[in-house]
Design a protein around this ligand. Structure first.
Ligand SMILES: Nc1ncnc2c1ncn2[C@@H]1O[C@H](COP(=O)(O)OP(=O)(O)O)[C@@H](O)[C@H]1O
Ligand SMILES: [Mg+2]
Length: 379
């Protein structure tokens, strides 16, 4: 069931997941006058600490889901690994966006790649590995073996040079369903973050150009330094995917650029780390769009106020205690974001900063120099 009319403030909105993406959803929703309930098992998550209400329970806890359905007008998710059955349970009585069927595809690399192919979207060479026999199928090496489900930030992925390594890597992953992809030589990685409303309206942000480090996003520059034809193609592909899924909410599509061609990598059924620049550089950020799409409001017409460069702050930076933030706080046109996570672990996303500059190359150079000043290495 999903009433089609707009939900106006002070309606209660629900979000599954209490990480930093949930935190920004809470901030956007509350700024607009909504109230928010967060469902997250962690008692001290970044989103729960800012929410009106926190249900501390597992994502498949039937009582908590029913309470969410009873007390909220609509529910969204901040991560793709929420059980699709939980979304289906909620969708029986309240508005859920994106739809469980969309999350189901985006949370499983095998379904996702088949979907991309069914839409005629170019993807790199790949095949599913679900059995011993699949491993014997010809594949292009070097390759990368990825768990089909529950991977993120490069976790659950192993680079493999040949069939023997692929077999060993699959054994090491306890033979869970995987995809084996050819490792593409990358010219560039880019992403599109867009919002689609229930009425089919689509609003996309300028592409972000993404640099990863150890499989995790490190730096995003917007607008991406990409030829206009490929930029147009990426925007067109992302919008087509959203339409064909009947998607409602914020959708991110990651692309590889290899040999001057565009290949879709993966989709995220939620706001995306590479869209964090929109918080400081746009009139309406990706989280406001998430709220608007969920509530059935008209989408904002986003406009980039300045080129921007975002740098992620990962847990290893806390190795010797709290970093000295004055370097960032004193820098011109620079915003520091910390997610309020109590414990820093290597690789954990703790915060980010964004540098604005009318000159995109200067934004990148200033961001990289601040990054180096904080002592973030390139390893
Ligand atoms: N087939 C590939 N060829 C080249 N690089 C890849 C490939 N797959 C993944 N990578 C690198 O690893 C990063 C993380 O992989 P991705 O599939 O996006 O997983 P995650 O869910 O962890 O973001 C990519 O952004 C890219 O830098
Ligand atoms: Mg990715």
């Amino acid at each position: 069931m999903s009433g089609a009319g707009p939900l106006l403030p002070p309606a209660m909105l629900g979000v599954l997941g209490g990480g930093q993406l949930g935190r920004y959803f809470v901030i956007a929703a509350r700024r607009m006058g909504y109230r928010v309930t967060v469902l997250d098992p962690d008692g001290a998550s970044p989103a729960a600490s800012l929410a009106d209400r926190h249900l501390a329970a597992a994502y498949d806890d039937a009582d908590a889901l029913d309470e969410l359905a009873r007390t909220c007008a609509a529910v969204t998710t901040e991560f793709e690994n929420v059980p699709a059955q939980s979304l289906e349970r909620l969708a029986r009585s309240i508005r859920v966006a994106p739809a469980p069927s969309c999350v189901r595809i985006a949370q499983d690399r095998i379904l996702e790649k088949r979907f991309l192919e069914s839409q005629g979207v170019p993807v790199g060479a790949w095949h599913a590995v679900e059995s011993e026999a699949d491993l014997a199928r010809s594949a292009s090496y070097p390759g990368i073996l990825k768990r089909a489900r529950f991977g993120y930030d490069g976790k659950g992925q192993t680079r493999v040079a040949d069939a023997a390594q692929a077999r060993a890597a699959w054994e090491a992953k306890s033979r869970v369903p995987c995809v084996l992809e050819a490792l593409l030589p990358l010219d560039l990685e880019v992403s599109v973050v867009l919002a689609r409303s229930a009425s089919g309206e689509v609003r996309a942000y300028p592409l972000a150009e993404n640099r990863h480090r150890n499989g995790t996003l490190d730096v995003s520059l917007a607008p991406a330094r990409l030829a206009s034809a490929l930029t147009a193609q990426a925007l067109e592909v992302a919008a087509h995917l959203a339409h064909s899924l009947g998607y409602v909410g914020v959708l991110a599509v990651e692309f590889f650029v290899s040999g001057g061609r565009l290949y879709a990598n993966e989709m995220a059924p939620r706001p995306h780390n590479s869209g964090h620049y929109t918080i400081d550089a746009c009139n309406a950020d990706q989280f406001e769009q998430q709220v608007r799409a969920l509530a059935g409001l008209p989408l904002a017409d986003p406009c980039l106020l300045s080129p921007a460069c975002m740098v992620n702050l990962l847990g290893e930076l806390w190795e010797n205690g709290e970093p000295d933030w004055l370097a960032i706080l004193g820098a011109p046109q620079t915003a520091l974001h910390l997610y309020g996570k109590r414990r820093a672990r290597a690789g954990r996303k703790m915060g980010h900063f964004t540098v604005l500059d009318a000159d995109r190359d200067a934004a990148l150079a200033r961001a990289l120099s601040l990054r180096a000043r904080l002592g973030i290495g390139d390893g």
